[in-house]
Design a protein around this ligand. Structure first.
Ligand code: NDP
Ligand code: MG
Length: 382
């Protein structure tokens, strides 16, 4: 039995992970959960999964949750700082890191320090602090198993393979809702249009990141750290059907790919059951329904965020942390209709040029970078 803690159980990844866990009562058991604002859903989860401990940041309006835990025997903890108790809960073997954004970083680091294997959905952790996090994982002998579908695909392709024999890795991108939108119209797209992803149903932040392709940029940085592959060996190809989840080409020119329907429960399950595979009841793939698969170069005019991410890796140090913070602020402002869609990458790029660079940042340096970059991005938005 593997005991799991979920950071961000009320989100898109969190709920799909619980759906996976529900299928394997003899293999996977939830011991700790954390939610943030969606208390009603957290109550349902506590009632069904009866975790030993549950966390919410705020101590307000928790009467119903307190009543629910009376019958489940769950311990409730509150307050921002207390979240690390979910990440480090002694009885858990693995932590699913599924909080969105920079907020996922510190609990993930604390989980690694406590020796927990990590199923990593929160890509921002590696974007912001990839060097530190990977070093820490090596030091504490912790496995970081990717949940992000592209990285799970590469990880699966690499089983039994030698990283020295990799010629390049190719990350696929759907191209999002605006892959073919007229460039002039792109200036005026609405929040609703941007949230209408053609293939995946995800949380709002990553859905906007997919529309700007900042998501793919963040994934390039994530892959660079996770697989220790130099950026010139990482390519991005647009694949509108989202069936090929990514590919690895080896030095003998053989290419391995991982395919499947766009269903995040598949990479989530792989991470939770790794190194085993387990039979499930998900929908079967039909080759005749997907008789043709398409691939095209990403359009850099349409998706400048991709170039910004590659530039952030080249500059290194705290630059990926800067663009991550600016992006979080810009996406939030777009969701609140304070800026237009194509202003998101502009704000990210301008923040990258203005924030104070730092060559070999510590965690404290990164926390400062995050605060400074957010301020700069907010000023630009004003
Ligand atoms: P959601 O917005 O759906 O969920 C985020 C989760 O984090 C929720 O449980 C939310 O709680 C919680 N949360 C938000 N802010 C805070 C905070 N400040 N402190 C503590 N908890 C917080 O996001 P997704 O599930 O879509 O994404 C999660 C992560 O996984 C992201 O990093 C994303 O990039 C990555 N990812 C997601 C994929 C997907 O298909 N969704 C695919 C690949 C990667 P509440 O809802 O209760 O407020
Ligand atoms: Mg992805």
């Amino acid at each position: 039995m593997k005991h799991i803690s979920i950071l961000g159980s009320t989100g898109s990844i969190g709920t799909q992970a619980l759906d996976v866990i529900r299928q394997f009562p003899g293999k996977l058991k939830v011991v700790a959960l954390s939610g943030h604002t969606n208390i009603n859903l957290l109550i349902e989860q506590v009632r069904e999964f009866k975790p030993e401990i549950v966390h919410v940041s705020e101590d307000k309006n928790l009467e119903d949750l307190k009543n629910a835990i009376k019958t489940s025997g769950t311990k409730l903890i509150t307050g921002k700082e207390e979240l690390i108790n979910i990440a480090t809960y002694p009885k858990s073997d693995m932590v699913l890191s599924a909080i969105v954004g920079f907020a996922g970083l510190i609990p993930t680091i604390e989980a690694i320090k406590a020796g927990k294997d990590i199923a990593l959905a929160n890509k921002e952790t590696l974007v912001v602090a990839g060097d530190l996090v990977m070093d820490l994982a090596a030091k504490h002998n912790v496995n970081i198993i990717p949940v992000d579908s592209e990285h799970s695909a590469i990880f699966q392709c690499m089983q039994g393979e030698d990283y020295d024999m990799v010629r390049r890795i190719i990350l696929t991108a759907s191209g999002g809702p605006f892959r073919t939108t007229d460039l002039k119209k792109l200036q005026k797209v609405s929040v609703k249009d941007a949230l209408n992803h053609p293939n995946w149903s995800m949380g709002n932040k990553i859905t906007i990141d997919s529309a700007t392709m900042m998501n793919k940029g963040l994934e390039v940085i994530e892959a660079y750290h996770l697989f220790k592959i130099p950026p010139f060996k990482i390519e991005v190809i647009v694949h509108p059907e989202s069936i090929v989840h990514s590919l690895v080409e080896f030095k003998d020119r053989s290419i391995k790919a991982q395919l499947g329907l766009p269903d995040m429960r598949v990479p989530i399950q792989y991470a939770l059951t790794y190194p085993d595979r387990a039979k499930n009841t998900f929908e079967e793939f039909s080759f005749t329904k997907y008789a043709a698969l398409h691939f095209e170069q990403p359009d850099i005019k349409r998706f400048p965020a991709l170039d910004i991410a590659f530039e952030a890796i080249r500059r290194g140090g705290n630059t990926p942390c800067i663009i991550n913070a600016a992006n979080e602020i810009a996406v939030n402002a777009f969701l609140k209709e304070k800026i237009r869609f194509m202003q998101i990458p502009k704000i990210v790029e301008e923040t990258m040029e203005s924030a104070t660079p730092c060559v070999n940042p510590s965690i404290n340096d990164l926390l400062e970078t995050d605060i400074e970059s957010r301020k700069i991005a907010e000023e630009l938005i004003k």
